[in-house]
Design a protein around this ligand. Sequence first.
Ligand code: DP6
Length: 329
Amino acid sequence: MNMQASALAHPNIAFIKYWGLEDEARRIPANGSISMNIGPLATETTVSFDPALMEDVLILNSQVVSGQALIRVQHFMDRIRRMAGSTLHARITSENNFPVGAGLASSAAGFAALALAGTAALDLDLSERELSALARFGSGSACRSIPGGFVEWLTDPLTGETYAQSIAPADHWDLADCIAILSEAHKPIGSEAGMRRADTSPLQESRVLDTDRRLGVCRRAILERDFAALAAVTELDSNMMHAVMMTSEPPLYYWQPDSLAVMLAVKSWQAEGLPVTFTLDAGPNVHVITTRPLMEKVIRRLRQIPAVLDVLSAEPAGPAHLLKQDSPT
Ligand code: DP6
């Protein structure tokens, strides 16, 4: 048996957001979602099972991790151990190539890489669908970082099976994601705690009821490379999720005044005819989506906005994959 494996996965940015759980224990989302993997941002994770270890050890960006973050990973490793019938513990080292302080969700890439490396290290040979279904137990959005390119997370209404699959490969559409970093602070309420409040908002029900329509528009916009349609549904969906957040009990305000300044700048560039749109996750940073030929121009403009601390650029990226081992163990 190998006992050690390394994997790489990219984060993803959702055009149609996942916010709320229908079944928390089985991690079945309240609604389907569509995202794009983004590279070169990536997480590389190595899992080494070692009979000498009494518990799993996690080293994230060269720092030993303890507390809640470690417990979350240990529970995920328990799931992998159960699948493999193993009682061994592992040393897990994980590195992000993007700034940790950037307020970007690293849990999607992290749990996608961990699902792949952890199962491979125990010689479990899972299908892409099985890996995606597994990754969601680490973090819901992680299931969308297993397949490549443009990805949809769906739930089979009959079986309740929930997993993500590609709609189109990364090279299908040369989009770019220019991420305007406005704050490097850690978010006060993470998405796991935040989305537990989703059902307290009177707007969540209508948001969920309208999701199939938005998913249909988004899927078609991607397949037909229709930027205007993608822009309209992406902004609507982001605004709907943030409306739910702001009307939850107690309310969640992830936007900062500077986030709105960037959103309004994007609206004015749109009025000039530029293909640009925005979307925000559970934090103040603004993902400005454009086409690859306009990426440099959009980055230049974003950097001129005083509140923008930095701009990261990313492009559609491929699936999670195993990395070759340097030396056999
Ligand atoms: C706002 O996947 O981080 O980014 O399942 O609790 O780990 P957990 O949540 P997570 O939530 C992502 C929420 C979002 C929207 C999205 O990416 O779809």
